[in-house]
Design a protein around this ligand. Structure first.
Ligand code: MN
Length: 261
């Protein structure tokens, strides 16, 4: 089949509803939860919006706003330069990553049962290999998405889940991150939680291993995804293209998946 035919077929299948567009994005607003760090570290501001004009004397015919936010707010993309392990890689910033690397097949690993039992659940390399036994080997250039149903925790309190000993949320065992980065050559991983490491990962050895390993390997992260329950285990395509911020370490984005309806 020629490339022109494939693209025409894609458009036709979207028009006739056999391919659906699934929005994997949280709404972005003042109530969007932001990751909390220990107070010795600088915090990231959440989202705020202030009006420039709204059909008034400041601009009679138009409405627009100024937005202020940390790069890593809401549904967002982590570039390799975000972590010290990726700081010297080539093409590690938002403006230098080749755009083709924003699009890839989705491998959705459903750990909702495990997460319901343990908020601190970590995906292991062995569990990924068991998933591959059922669904096939993760192809190079895939987005691996960890389905936890965590995004169904709609209040910031339940979503961030901070207790006396810090936040609790699921993530990846470091061996799993290493396996995905180096033995499966993924584009990156996506999660429903506020960041791509587990809530308690600041206490791991090394701290925040998924960030360190993935970004050190030039891989990406997607945080605060939702609607992963609308995707098949395989067969969807994810489009995750961040803003082209010069020297940017990450940005909010609209993550879309094309999936069989
Ligand atoms: Mn981030």
């Amino acid at each position: 089949m020629s490339t022109v035919t494939v693209l025409s077929l894609l458009v036709e299948e979207m028009r006739n509803g056999r391919i659906k567009v699934v929005d994997l994005t949280q709404p972005l607003g003042p109530d969007t939860p932001v990751i909390g760090l220990p107070p010795i570290f600088a915090p990231s501001p959440g989202f705020s919006l202030s009006e420039i004009s709204r059909y008034n004397d400041k601009g009679p015919g138009w409405y627009w706003n100024t937005i202020t936010l940390g790069e890593h707010t809401g549904t967002h993309f982590d570039a390799p330069v975000h972590w010290v392990t990726g700081k010297d890689l080539s093409n590690n910033t938002l403006d230098t990553i080749p755009a083709a690397r924003f699009i890839g097949p989705a491998c959705v690993i459903d750990v909702t049962k495990e997460t319901a039992v343990s908020e601190d659940f970590l995906l292991t390399r062995e569990a990924v290999m068991a998933w591959e036994g059922t669904h096939g080997k993760i192809p190079p250039g895939a987005w691996v998405l960890l389905r936890t149903d965590w995004s169904k925790r709609l209040s910031a309190e339940k979503f961030l889940n901070v207790k006396d000993d810090g936040p609790h949320s699921p993530g990846f065992h470091k061996d799993c991150s290493h396996f995905l980065a180096y033995e499966r050559d993924v584009l990156g991983v996506g999660v429903e939680t506020v960041g791509t490491d587990a809530g308690q990962a600041g206490k791991f050895d090394p701290p925040f291993p998924n960030h360190g390993i993935m970004h050190g390997a030039g891989k990406f992260g997607l945080a605060s995804l939702r609607n992963l329950d609308q995707l098949p285990a395989t067969g969807a395509v994810v489009i995750a293209s961040p803003l082209k911020i010069v020297d940017g370490s990450g940005s909010p984005l609209r993550v879309l998946a094309l999936a069989p309806a």
